[in-house]
Design a binder for this molecule. Structure first.
Ligand code: BGC
Length: 732
């Protein structure tokens, strides 16, 4: 018996030894990733390599089962972890373990002007993705806010390339620190939803490089993002998911991107182009429920059997296949097969706390006559809350960013908790229909009766908070369509007028991801721009309204007075939305405040604008010298004092102007900012380093960045519309 045991033990030990000796390099966690990738690649047949390059279900793609290399599981993104959907369909799978934390929308994050919160956001959502075993988080989005009609602006970081860059880098670093790949999207020029599947965008090289690419470039070069999503639209005659100039030349060539180019779902149109023009992983090209029983099985995808056939027939070079597989393996080894992958957590109190902080800091106070806000508890007996957005879910709808959440505290709940239920009366006031993807479904309620009921409630209240804005319905802040006008929908302008008639003490709180026109702007005493604030919406709003939190958010995009004041709309149809086939960005580099300031058109509210319950004194501004060379770093120094009686934060914004240049330059371009937190009476001295190289423009003649020697004006203020300090420096 004993000898049998010994013999068995010996066989076991020898098996172990052979297993160890034969352990392939790709499984040796002590080896560098590149060595592991090359080793795995060398062990794979062409069929296995091709099978990495296309979807196997709505949100996943194959690994290499024989080698134990795991599948890739992607998930939206960018404001929470999307619920599990059916294998082949968009519909929810009705799992009971996937209700996530809803974080505020990215417009709100950007409005914090606080990159530290971006890191917190990324880390928190990365942990949620990790807990749900996701390999790739489909976000963040950094398409530039070009028109207030774009249905997806709420998923992006605003109109300024510098602000977007500074906010996107920590988000990505946070996500990836948890061993989950971020997927920055939609590369590139997906600045509208109208005709997004085919519209052919063209613009100058200068606008491309100065406005639309910098945030993507920062994501690649600074944050080292592990994947990027191609956009649906075309750029110069080629769809962005297989666009040689964007993907091969700029992204992989100039920027040296070593990650995976993932198609947007259904964004691939041709095998030759997909193979040759830089796409690595094709997702959701046929989106209507596809297994082998369907009309188009996954194996029919452009990068599936047609690709394999081309490889076998020698039509496509094997190095193209190796490059794609290598990138996908690298992503897997960076994530699921990384030895150092942290664990995640899901719907943790820390994530609620993060969602709350970001929402609190992102809320923007736009107008506050006679210190209407804050409204401390106990000040008024009867507060009327009017408006659908006080009670409606704003995490549901909007397209791919729609969330199934663990909880969402509504503004009405937050205000009731703050002021007590005996002091709050609510009336709906207006109604929209349900959030149905791809079509508008109006409410069946009678608009006039709703207004009459709301007026009655408002008339008998001491103060009125109107809580409206946009929502996630089709043609609102929603994927797949653009807004049809700048106006507030569902009769809200009429309702606000009606409320003002019965109660002058009416403030407007807008929850939206976009600017709206405000015909009542001079009639209301106070306006708050909230965003889609996520799980803690109610608490965050009530904290700001009651004064427990002093607002410090700043607008990440300009609010135009009317649509034609916006640059993209100024130039007519060819500029927006295009003639249905082509579109030309005629405003060129003059996007957002660059346009308003340069053309001297007054916006309703400027980029970077936001009030506080305290007051600040900014300045004096100084620099270490007055003359610099092109490679220098300018040390900018200024003081900021809290001259009021509340703790608060101000965002000092440094804009640069190049007054004499051979090409037209905007009057202002943001080059640095700093959010400074100050106790009442406190003064801080702040130093910022600004690279002279960042003052360059993209020179179309040289096809490179260029700075012309001469004077530059440094302008500092607390919004693009309020510059209080200027210094002239010389660049030699
Ligand atoms: C959207 C992407 C999203 C994908 C998967 C597409 O329609 O454009 O942003 O990540 O669907 O849901």
């Amino acid at each position: 018996m004993k000898s049998i045991f010994l013999a068995v033990a010996a066989i076991g030990a020898s098996l172990l030894v052979t297993a160890q000796q034969k352990q392939p390099i790709y499984l040796d966690l002590s080896k560098p990733i590149e060595e592991r990738v090359e080793n795995a690649l060398s062990l794979m047949a062409a069929e296995e390599k091709v099978s990495l390059c296309y979807a196997q279900s709505k949100f996943s793609s194959k690994g290499v089962p024989r080698l134990g290399i795991p599948e890739v599981w992607t998930d939206d993104g960018p404001h929470g972890i999307r619920e599990e959907v059916l294998w082949d369909e968009w519909g929810g799978a009705n799992w009971t373990n996937d209700s996530c934390t809803a974080f505020p929308a990215l417009t709100c994050l950007s409005a914090t002007f606080n990159p530290k919160l971006s890191l917190l956001y990324g880390t928190s959502i990365g942990e949620e993705a990790r807990y749900r075993n996701k390999t790739v988080l489909l976000g963040p989005g950094v398409n530039i806010y070009r028109t207030p009609l774009n249905g997806r602006n709420f998923e992006y970081l605003g109109e300024d390339p510098y602000l977007s860059s500074r906010m996107v880098v920590p988000y990505i670093q946070g996500v990836q620190s948890i061993g989950v790949a971020a997927c920055v999207k939609h590369f590139a020029l997906n600045n509208q939803e109208a005709w997004r599947g085919h519209i052919n965008v063209d613009l100058s090289d200068r606008a491309l490089n100065e406005i639309y690419l910098p945030a993507f470039k920062a994501a690649v070069q600074e944050a080292k993002v592990w994947s990027i999503m191609g956009a649906y639209n075309q750029f110069r005659g080629r769809h962005c998911c297989h666009n040689d100039l964007l993907l091969n030349k700029i992204l992989k060539g100039d920027w040296k991107f070593d990650g995976v180019v993932i198609s947007d779902w259904g964004g691939v149109h041709d095998t030759d182009q997909a193979v040759n023009n830089g796409l690595d992983l094709e997702m959701g090209t046929y989106t209507d429920g596809l297994t082998t029983k369907g009309k188009f099985p996954y194996s029919d995808y452009y990068l599936a059997n047609p690709f394999l056939k081309g490889i076998k027939e020698g039509k496509y070079d094997i190095t193209l296949l190796d490059d794609k597989s290598r990138r996908i393996l690298r992503l897997i080894f960076r994530t699921t097969m990384s030895p150092n992958r942290p664990f995640g957590r899901f719907v943790s109190p820390q994530h609620s706390e993060a969602a709350l902080r970001i929402a609190q800091e992102g809320i923007v106070l736009l107008k506050n006559e006679q210190q209407f806000f804050p409204v401390p508890a106990g000040q008024y007996k009867k507060i009327a809350v009017i408006g659908e957005n006080a009670t409606r879910s704003l995490v549901i709808g909007g397209g791919s960013s729609s969330l199934k959440v663990a909880y969402e505290q509504s503004p009405l709940e937050g205000l009731t908790a703050k002021y007590g239920k005996d002091h709050i009366v609510y009336s709906l006031g207006y109604a929209s229909g349900p959030a149905v993807y791809g079509r508008e479904e109006p409410s069946k309620l009678n608009a006039d009766s709703l207004i009459a009921a709301a007026m009655d409630v408002a008339k008998h209240a001491d103060i009125v908070f109107f809580i409206g804005g946009l929502n996630k319905n089709h043609f609102q802040d929603c994927e797949g369509g653009d807004r049809q006008s700048l106006s507030l929908p569902f009769g809200q302008d009429k309702l606000i007028d009606a409320l003002l008639k019965v109660n002058k003490n009416t403030a407007v709180v807008l929850l939206s991801g976009n600017a709206v026109s405000m015909p009542w702007v001079n009639k209301v005493p106070a306006i708050i721009q909230g965003w889609y604030l996520g799980a803690e919406a109610g608490n965050a709003l009530a904290d700001v309204i009651s004064g427990e939190v002093n607002p410090s958010g700043k607008l990440p995009f300009s609010f135009p007075k009317k649509l034609e004041d916006n640059a993209a709309h100024f130039y007519g149809k060819i500029s927006y939305p295009g003639d249905s086939v082509n579109q030309y960005y005629k405003e060129d580099i003059l996007v957002g405040y660059r346009w308003f300031d340069t053309k001297k058109i007054a916006p309703q509210f400027s980029f970077g604008f936001g009030l506080s319950y305290t007051s600040f004194d900014l300045g004096p501004l100084s620099t270490d010298r007055l003359t610099y060379s092109k490679d220098d770093v300018i040390r900018v120094k200024f003081t900021l004092k809290n001259t009021g009686s509340r703790y608060g934060a101000e965002v000092a914004q440094l804009y640069v102007n190049d007054p004499i240049c051979t090409v037209p330059r905007p009057v202002k371009e943001l080059k640095a900012f700093e959010k400074v937190f100050l106790q009442p009476g406190e003064t801080k001295t702040v130093e910022l380093d600004v690279k002279v190289a960042d003052f360059a423009f993209y020179d179309e003649g040289k096809k490179d960045w260029n700075i012309e020697a001469g004077d530059f004006m440094l302008q500092m203020g607390n919004s693009s519309g309020n510059i209080s300090q200027k210094i002239k420096i010389v660049v030699k």
